[in-house]
Design a protein around this ligand. Structure first.
Ligand SMILES: Cc1cc2nc3c(=O)[nH]c(=O)nc-3n(C[C@H](O)[C@H](O)[C@H](O)COP(=O)(O)OP(=O)(O)OC[C@H]3O[C@@H](n4cnc5c(N)ncnc54)[C@H](O)[C@@H]3O)c2cc1C
Length: 172
């Protein structure tokens, strides 16, 4: 069984590259291969498949032949790619308090209360030019210091006194 996890409706061995491309332009996937951890591969036949690979959906769509040809009904790529975002949990003893709503600044910086002990979650999306690499799950602490903190402290001066307790990241 080939490495490609999908098979199309057209014949497996097109005569040349242009026939292969024409086939992909107009044909849908009819078989998907489920690769199990133990190395076993299960083929599944269906007339329709739904791509639900979360942030990897764009990549899976490419494997399925979507967006790989210049023309045809499947020529439009699926515009879904992973984006790394950081979340910071801060303790601010003089913070906005129990009535603190979810606040989203026009810059995209946000904060909300987390529990009842003076903790708040906050974060923001980076500019396109500073989009972090998606090959690791490291949290950029400087991004909080340089970008998030000044904005939330301007919104609520009680955030001038805070300590970052936890921080995490994932792909959205
Ligand atoms: C840190 C974090 C916190 C969040 N908190 C909240 C929250 O509080 N409330 C809320 O409503 N939403 C929250 N979300 C968003 C929520 O998790 C997502 O919207 C939701 O999980 C999307 O579901 P999905 O099924 O589309 O994708 P996913 O849950 O991402 O599932 C995709 C699946 O596809 C699999 N996959 C990927 N690539 C391949 C491949 N090549 N082959 C086979 N399988 C593949 C993955 O392993 C995964 O199991 C949060 C997300 C993150 C990252």
């Amino acid at each position: 069984m080939s490495d490609c996890p999908f098979r199309w409706r057209y014949k497996d061995n097109p005569q040349d590259e242009s026939e292969d491309e024409a086939n992909r332009m107009w044909n849908r996937v009819i078989e998907a291969h489920i690769h199990l951890d133990d190395g076993d591969v299960w083929p599944v036949d269906a007339c329709n498949f739904v791509i639900c690979a979360g942030p990897e959906s764009g990549h899976v769509a490419t494997l399925a032949g979507i967006g790989v040809t210049p023309t045809g009904e499947l020529s439009m790529p699926l515009p879904v790619a992973p984006r790394k975002r950081y979340v910071y949990c801060v303790h601010a003893p003089e913070g906005p308090g129990l009535a603190c709503p979810l606040v989203v600044d026009p810059t995209g910086a946000y904060f909300r209360r987390e529990g009842y002990g003076g903790h708040y979650l906050c974060g923001m999306s980076p500019d396109e030019s500073e989009e972090p690499a998606v090959d690791n799950l490291e949290v950029d602490h400087d991004f909080f210091l340089d970008r998030v903190w000044p904005i939330i402290a301007k919104r609520a001066s009680a955030f001038e006194n805070l300590k970052v307790m936890h921080k995490w990241t994932d792909f959205f």
